[in-house]
Design a protein around this ligand. Sequence first.
Ligand code: NDP
Ligand SMILES: O=C1O[C@H](COP(=O)(O)O)[C@@H](O)[C@H](O)[C@H]1O
Length: 483
Amino acid sequence: MVSRVIPVDPFDLVIFGATGDLARRKILPGLFDRFCDGQMPPEARIIGAARSDMTSEEFRTLVDEAISEFGGALAEDRAAVARFLDALSYETVDAVGEDGWEALRGHLREGFVRAFYFSVGPSLFGDIAERLRSFGLADENSRIVVEKPFGHDLASAKKLNATLAQHFDETQIYRIDHYLGKETVQNLMAVRFGNMLFEPLWNSQFIDHIQITVAETVGVGGRGGYYDKSGAMRDMIQNHLMQLLCLIAMEPPAKFDPDAVRDEKLKVIRALDPVQHHHVVRGQYEAGEGEQSYREDAGDPRSRTESFVALRLNISNWRWAGTPIYLRTGKKLAVRESEIVVVFKETPHSIFGPDAGNHRNVLVIRLQPDEGMTLDVTIKEPGPGGMRLVDVPLDMSFAEALGPGAQAPGAYERLIMDVIRGNQTLFMRGDEVEAAWAWTDPIIESWVARHDVPKPYPPGSSGPGDADLLMRRDKREWREIKA
Ligand SMILES: NC(=O)C1=CN([C@@H]2O[C@H](COP(=O)(O)OP(=O)(O)OC[C@H]3O[C@@H](n4cnc5c(N)ncnc54)[C@H](OP(=O)(O)O)[C@@H]3O)[C@@H](O)[C@H]2O)C=CC1
Ligand SMILES: O=C1O[C@H](COP(=O)(O)O)[C@@H](O)[C@H](O)[C@H]1O
């Protein structure tokens, strides 16, 4: 099954931070992918901007190398790479000074969609927005794409929102959360609102609890400096897991449009109860065989930053009161796996007697790496042994079901195409980000007040044992993450 690719309108895209890690690993190879697919039209132009002094030719060489390293099989097509590189130029620009801005203006064409991607450290977001306005680079056709982290807490997020609002209208601000660009994350909405099967059961009357796990095998490696000031709560829970939670818990929006979807997500965040201290577990990975500990990676032998969080939350509304939701994320775990597990309640009465055992349906939505869905259904155990029950999975891998033509674009490239189309549905609105911080801040503040020290866990495990206790206390269990 191959879906038709509709080219977006020709555009000028300026990438601030074009020489950096994110641009080289994700943004530029992703744009090359869109170019090869025919979605990025040949008239589009990409302008790299950073402080490094380099010519456009040198920038093209840098991008060529990035495509070879991170661009997948398409990178072998040298003619396509050459055509893509033709669309690129570079300008040396200092985000906090005056240099380069006039010259940058010379790259921009009248009458084209303009997008400015802020792929730089967050301390520069406000400066760039201000200069875009003061140097006359922004018009009503312009959009800005703002990377994470969007603030460090509620106060800084509010400040950043206010700064951006001085220069751009909310309809021009695209706060990126790359999880929303993942195909299977969008599939959450398709599964929930495109099927009659699930929605009538999607509430606390039928669902015992929900688990959302984003497990990573990588450590904080070269990003220790950033990560140590952030930790898993700010780096993953406040944004990516919060977005997954919203999509799984929100009411059906009246239509699939930016404000209808974001209004519903906001209502979920605002309905979250404050999390009690004993419902949160923090962890920090220890050293393993040939592997550094978190503290070594972070360069601080006494760091108390968490590389793992598990928590239980409650949503106080009619749909979800009484159904706890458990979130879990961590680095250096046994496996890279992101999934949402919806555990339904047992039947109210078993007609099969005590020997049949306790059974319940479990829906697992696998977000990555093997995207798909499994629904555990209870059936009769085959054989002559009477009415004994057993749970069997109805298992669907999206790749197998839809075929190789269904290969989806990467998250960043898909979101950039949405920016050009002017579609904000998969971007966070300012009030959503603030609400997420308002819920996150007290959790972090309570750790600080209690001088909380994260529990150590061995690399390759499923996190600290206390995370299992969190579940066991509620007579529940995490779905196992195993290599
Ligand atoms: N890397 C990743 O995987 C992820 C990154 N992000 C976010 O993306 C953003 C970029 O991250 P990343 O690419 O890793 O960062 P890097 O440090 O690798 O790159 C930063 C970029 O900013 C440029 N830069 C720095 N100072 C200035 C300045 N004063 N004026 C103009 N350009 C400047 C640098 O180039 P030069 O030194 O030449 O000026 C470089 O191109 C950050 O906000 C980060 O939080 C989010 C998720 C994942
Ligand atoms: O934003 C971030 O996401 C990555 C995980 O993204 P994924 O697409 O590989 O699942 C995480 O490693 C990083 O710490 C965080 O900043």
